[in-house]
Design a protein around this ligand. Structure first.
Ligand code: WT7
Length: 648
């Protein structure tokens, strides 16, 4: 018998879309969803070709898909430019003078760029890139704060066929150096500095340090943001605004092969060196466009705010390529959500009339911790749709988001995907899908997702297993940059021709997907395999708990004992009595098997900079082992030091 992951948490609440929402939505009923979904699975190429046809192609493809597992080519023979599709194609109609980007800096400045203005800036910067030696296929590393120039730089690369690799501005010089070396970047685009929580961060200085040990970078283009003193190395470093004086705004979009690389984005592998995930042009853009259109149900009058940084894939697909290809207005904010006060997001929503908010569970849990009084200060009635991405959203956080932010009227699209998948794979359609808090619900069109056991056999309803995708899709990664063997082994090595996501999940009797955590984090307690998400959700459903992370500790009797790290909400006090209560609570919500053996209260949990809890490190702490593996993505080392010192 092969083992599957057991799933014990049952969430029964269901939220149907309102008649009003359904009526206006692109996909307005489950019958319609099913009809299109089934056709898209019978013939994915037909579905994707129809979506691709809504974009501008400089030359039409001759073949939709060339699939030699695990290597896919989409829209073979087609020529397309992503920048042209995000900009030029909107210039001949009423979108020409519509806001493409509405931006607010952390100190409070405001800028709006229409499609016409954004197009102009992109053309100017594309010419600056060329003037500084960038050519088609060259890699350009972008290390910028969340300012419009980050989007401008990405689209300018896309315009000339240079391959961007964006590095999150919170990363250190070591991370920059590693990524320069792995990608072979010859050009870096950065700023003098940026603003974060009232502080000035030294971006250019980090780049200088990174370049001390790296070869190959010929030019550094510096945008002036903070006006702080920086070192300019003659012959290597140039100012963006000075360069702009030497170029025109005339830069036709380069016709690029559909499979031309668009970007490399590094994800932290759980061990060892980061992986450069490679995405290409035609298929990726088609997928970004289609998912944005259907899942966010974008309308001309929307103000769409995806709060992710451009340093993450979410900022690529749903700040830049998806919404702009769909001609939507995007909100962009530079700074921290609690600067100068914990109501910054809510103030922005009220000030600009944001209609769609797409954010992460880690942020939602922070908002809950800070208290309802902050959103209550602002008028959030412009919101019509909410989204979540990055981790399983625990039902308590879902309900809070729905009520406190969405006023009970906004559907929530809980979107499951990965840097590797490029685009959303499992998600509700907001006008059709009845929502169950905690479930990403059903697959997007053309996505053949399933749950299998360790032998690759599909499991029955409510049985846990591995989440897989059985057919290629246009937005999929093409390889790990420079390492085909690792690509094959990591994602396609377990079952033939099948993509293994690395997540544990189950499907309920309605076919809904429930992600229970990363496979590597699964607990094994007395012969039962438990996902981390359910135990954590049960803990967070207690009124005193803000956040929880559970890991296994070797145990002679049970195989593994469950250790829970818990942070408390404002006002709650850690005590032995509370630990006992929480243990009991998990026993009641899930069952005795999931009761944590050990509950440790903490001020904060170790997270990646994108907000994911690093259970791997917690595991090393409970095992008393030294912290090993990649920690360069860890947000705050003090958290780790504190957790460790408690253990000693
Ligand atoms: C991993 C991918 C996708 C962009 C941001 C993260 C987890 C993501 C969900 C969700 C449950 C989710 C998975 C996945 N994840 N969204 N809606 N429900 N889990 O990209 O850094 O590549 O992480 O995030 O574990 O594998 P990423």
């Amino acid at each position: 018998m092969s083992k599957t992951i057991e799933s014990l948490l049952v969430e029964k609440r269901v939220f149907k879309p309102s008649r009003e929402f359904s009526k206006a939505a692109r996909i307005g009923s489950m019958a319609e969803y099913r009809k299109i979904y089934e056709a898209s699975i019978r013939n994915p190429e037909k579905f994707w070709a129809a979506e691709a046809s809504e974009l501008v192609w400089q030359k039409r493809w001759s073949k939709v898909l060339d699939w030699k597992a695990p290597f896919a080519k989409w829209f073979v023979g087609g020529k397309i430019n992503a920048s042209e599709n995000c900009l030029d194609r909107h210039l001949s109609g009423p979108r020409r003078n519509k806001a493409a980007l509405i931006w607010e800096g952390e100190p409070g400045e405001r800028r709006t760029l229409t499609f016409h203005q954004l197009h102009r800036e992109v053309c100017v910067f594309a010419n600056i890139l060329k003037r500084n030696g960038a050519k088609k296929g060259d890699r350009v590393l972008i290390y910028l704060p969340m300012i419009p120039e980050a989007v401008v730089a990405m689209l300018a690369c896309a315009r000339i066929g240079a391959v961007h690799t964006v590095v999150f501005a919170g990363f250190s010089s070591d991370s920059i150096r590693d990524r320069i070396q792995d990608s072979g970047a010859t050009l870096v685009v950065t700023a003098d500095g940026g603003y974060r929580r009232g502080q000035v961060v030294t971006l250019k200085q980090n780049v200088d340090q990174a370049l001390e040990g790296a070869r190959g970078v010929k030019k550094v283009i510096v945008f002036r943001r903070t006006n702080q003193d920086i070192h300019i190395k003659p012959g290597r470093d140039v100012w963006w605004h000075r360069e702009a004086e030497y170029v025109t705004a005339d830069c036709p979009a380069e016709p690029l092969d559909s499979e031309h690389p668009l970007f490399i984005l590094y994800t932290s592998g759980s061990t060892g060196k980061p992986k450069g995930i490679l995405h290409t042009t035609g298929g990726y853009l088609t997928s970004c466009y289609a998912t944005s259109k259907y899942i966010f149900d974008l309308r001309e009058e929307d103000v769409f705010w995806c709060t992710a940084d451009v340093g993450w894939v979410t900022g690529h697909s749903y700040v830049t390529y998806g919404p702009l290809a769909a001609g939507a207005t995007c909100m962009m904010y530079e700074g921290a959500p609690n600067w100068p006060q914990p109501d910054r997001f809510w103030k922005i929503i009220a000030d600009y009339g944001v209609t769609i908010l797409y954010t992460a569970p880690t942020a939602i849990r922070a908002f809950i911790k800070w208290g309802k009084e902050w959103p209550a200060k602002h008028d959030l009635s412009s919101l019509r749709l909410l989204g979540s991405v990055g981790e399983p959203i625990n039902p308590e956080a879902w309900i809070w988001y729905h009520e406190t932010i969405g006023g009970g009227r906004c559907p929530i699209v809980d979107t499951w995907w990965q840097t590797e998948t490029g685009v959303i794979m499992i998600s509700p359609f907001p006008g059709a899908t009845p929502l169950k808090p905690g479930s990403a619900t059903l697959p997007f069109f053309g996505v053949d997702a399933a749950i299998v056991d360790d032998h690759g056999r599909e499991v029955g309803a409510d049985q846990g297993g591995k989440l897989i995708i059985r057919k290629p899709w246009p937005g999929m990664l093409r390889t790990i940059y420079g390492d085909k063997a690792r690509y094959r082994k990591q994602y396609w090595g377990e079952f033939k021709g099948v993509y293994v996501a690395g997540d544990g999940a189950r499907r309920d009797k309605d076919g809904y997907f429930w992600v229970v955590g990363r496979i590597d984090d699964v607990l094994n307690v007395a012969g039962h395999r438990l996902g981390t998400a359910e135990v954590e959700s049960a803990l967070v459903s207690h009124e005193t708990v803000a956040e929880a992370a559970v890991v296994g500790r070797p145990d002679e009797l049970k195989g593994q004992a469950v250790v829970a790290f818990v942070t408390l909400r404002e006002g709650a006090k850690a005590s032995k009595e509370l630990a006992d209560k929480l243990r009991k609570h998990v026993g009641t919500v899930i069952g005795p098997i999931a009761k944590p053996d050990d509950i440790r209260f903490a001020e904060a949990l170790p997270k990646t900079r994108s907000g994911k809890i690093m259970r791997r490190l917690l595991k090393q702490i409970v095992e008393g082992a030294n912290i090993t593996g990649d920690t360069t993505t860890l947000e705050d080392f003090r958290v780790l030091a504190e957790l460790r010192s408690r253990d000693d």
